[in-house]
Each structure stands twice: as structure tokens, then as C-alpha cells.
Design a protein around this ligand. Structure first.
Ligand code: DX5
Ligand code: ZN
Length: 220
């Protein structure tokens, strides 16, 4: 089983409510909410006020991906503002275990996000405190980038790492995913599939989500 998590980064922000309704109609169950601070990544997006508004218009699971420095200062606030899942980057947090615990204490699902160039060994100590790992398959900062092919092998190794430890930690993957590569990604063990430009870029978001579900399902 896998879920599609459209990233609203590629949506039309002036019509956000309609875009959200459209992906829901296509069968998306998770809404990926990209937060960028212009420090950790070279781009700035949205924050708590937009999250609060989005929370009012959807029942979908909201998944806040914090691409920000010192995420420990904000992570629990995102749960309070309506996020069901919050991920913070292992590269941005020297007190990762504390931040993950704070997210859980606020009754959110805690996630560790990891950049393409960061070895999986950096996850080891904190895996038991994480409900999910967000494996980046592009360098974060922008939508519409190309999937980094070596991330398939990294995904397989992460799957093995979690299974060997008998953990229930879910794997989410983010960046450059479309109908052409989703099959291999699902087959390699990812359970939550983020897609931005593949959902909002081409046809209607409803059709695009359906197409992704179809393309991934053959492989389950
Ligand atoms: C990248 C973001 C992604 C992005 C994905 O920094 O974290 O969530 O929106 O967009 P696509 O699917 O276009 O790569
Ligand atoms: Zn993201």
C-alpha cells in the first residue's frame, strides 16, 4: 500500500482551496506542505498562517516538511496549527531527538528528513523516535527538479535498515517523482509518495493523482 502526497508548492496559491479539493477527488490522502526559510534552503515559501487556513478546508492528513534552520523552535507549533505529520531535517537540528519528542508530545507524527548527500547512518540513533523518514530524492529548495537515480538504492537500504530493526517507521520520498518512476519507488519500499509538478504541472490535479495511483499500483 502507498499514499500519494501532493506538494502544494506547485499549486496555484490564489486558488488553493480548489486545488486541494481537486487532489482529494483524485484519491490523494496526504497533503505535503513545504516550509522554506531562505536559510536552510535558498527559497522562501509559506508558514503557520497559511497552514491554519489550509487546515480549515481539508480533512486530509497534513504533512509539514520543515526545510528550516533550528526546526526545534517551531516544530511543535506546526502541530498546534493543524499539521498531523511534521518532519525536520537531520542536517538542520543538533537536538534532533528532542525535537522529535516535542512533535510527538504535541500529538503529531514525527519525521526525520534527510538530504540526498547525507548518509543513512545519521538516522540511526533517532529512528526509534521517528514515525517516518522523509527521504529526499532531490536537493530541497525547489519543485520540478529531476529525480536523483542513486536514491533508489538509498531507499532500498533504508527499507532494509528499518525492517532489520523491526521498526514500524514509515518511508516517505520527495522530489522528482512522476508516473514514469513511481513504480520502481513503490516497489523499493516507499509508502508515502510526494509529487508536486507531476500533480499540478500538466493535466488536471484530479487526473494526475489518479494516474500516479494507477502507475504505482501495478507494483504493490
Ligand atoms: C523540494 C520540496 C518538494 C517539492 C517536490 O524542495 O521538498 O516537496 O515540492 O516537487 P516535485 O515533485 O516537483 O519534485
Ligand atoms: Zn517536500
Amino acid at each position: 500500500m502507498f499514499e500519494i502526497a501532493p506538494s502544494i508548492l506547485s499549486a496555484d496559491f490564489s486558488r488553493l482551496g480548489e486545488e486541494i479539493a481537486a487532489i482529494e477527488k483524485g484519491g490523494a490522502t496526504v497533503l505535503h506542505f513545504d516550509v522554506m526559510d531562505g536559510q536552510f534552503v535558498p527559497n522562501i515559501t509559506v508558514g503557520l498562517p497559511v497552514l491554519k487556513s489550509v487546515r480549515k478546508v481539508t480533512e486530509m492528513t497534513i504533512d509539514a516538511h520543515l526545510m528550516i534552520e533550528d526546526p526545534g523552535n517551531y516544530a511543535a507549533k506546526f502541530v498546534e496549527a493543524g499539521a498531523d505529520m511534521v518532519s525536520v531535517h537531520v542536517e538542520a537540528d543538533v537536538h534532533l531527538q528532542r525535537t522529535l519528542t516535542a512533535i510527538r508530545d504535541a500529538r503529531g507524527k514525527a519525521g526525520i528528513a534527510i538530504n540526498p548527500g547525507t548518509p543513512l547512518v545519521h538516522l540511526e540513533e533517532c529512528l526509534p523516535y521517528a514515525d517516518f523518514v522523509l527521504l529526499m530524492s532531490v536537493n530541497p529548495g525547489f519543485g520540478g527538479q529531476k529525480f536523483i537515480p542513486t536514491m533508489v538504492d538509498k531507499l532500498r537500504r533504508l527499507r532494509a535498515m528499518i525492517d532489520e530493526r523491526g521498526l514500524a517507521t514509515k518511508i516517505e520520498i520527495d522530489g522528482g517523482i512522476d508516473a514514469g518512476n513511481i513504480g520502481e519507488i513503490v516497489e523499493s519500499g516507499a509508502e508515502i509518495i510526494v509529487a508536486g509538478s507531476a500533480v499540478f504541472g500538466k493535466r488536471t490535479p484530479t487526473e494526475s493523482v489518479k494516474e500516479l495511483i494507477e502507475a504505482g499500483t501495478v507494483w504493490v
